[in-house]
Design a protein around this ligand. Structure first.
Ligand SMILES: [Zn+2]
Length: 183
């Protein structure tokens, strides 16, 4: 019985039957009956459940914000309190954020790319090393440009950008740039 209570279930008895429930008696998980009326020995009416179901049961009984935030793929704070209304068998206790700790997974997920490591080497002449990046505008321009490609010369720090309608135009832009800088 101790092991069951340690999972977070509560115990209720009406003098005859014994029930283990989650937060309210409507969420009864185990119901035990006495072997005979007045007997102290109780038996559990149960059946052997398939392996997967067996594993899922303890997983449902942990109404902890962090656990469910991670299990459900890091939803926002506004989403998780609605979880109980859209699931069957889950505790009706509201999931409240138990700490204001920053979630590393959420931060990493919002990063588009990692910064380049700091470099202390520079090119020794113009166009020896050119940095290039293809970026997307948040909204398409009046003339239908959705992307731009940048070229930054490492030696002079001069920069060129070209607007593109589609990503595949970047090859043509690169050829134009190479033609432009040809000495
Ligand atoms: Zn997160």
């Amino acid at each position: 019985m101790g092991a069951i209570l340690k999972t977070g279930l509560r115990l209720h008895s009406d003098g005859e039957n014994v029930q283990f429930y989650l937060d309210t008696l409507q969420n009864t998980m185990l119901s035990c009956k006495p072997r005979t009326i007045g007997s102290n020995a109780y038996y559990l009416e149960a059946e052997i459940v398939p392996h997967l179901k067996e594993k899922a049961m303890p997983a449902l009984h942990i109404p902890v914000w962090t656990t469910w935030h991670e299990r459900l793929g890091h939803p926002s704070d506004n989403v998780l309190p609605h979880f109980k209304d859209h699931t069957i068998g889950f505790s009706k206790t509201s999931l409240v954020r138990d700490n204001k700790k920053i979630c590393i997974g959420c931060i990493e997920g919002k990063m588009t790319s990692k910064s380049f490591p700091i470099s202390d080497t520079r090119a020794s002449k113009a166009f020896e090393l050119v940095h290039s990046d293809l970026k997307e505008f948040p909204t398409k321009s009046y003339h239908g440009f959705k992307y731009y490609i940048s070229f930054i010369d490492d030696y002079t720090s001069y920069a060129w950008t070209m607007n593109l309608r589609t990503k595949d135009e970047s090859l043509k832009a690169l050829q134009q740039f190479l033609e432009y800088i040809k000495v």
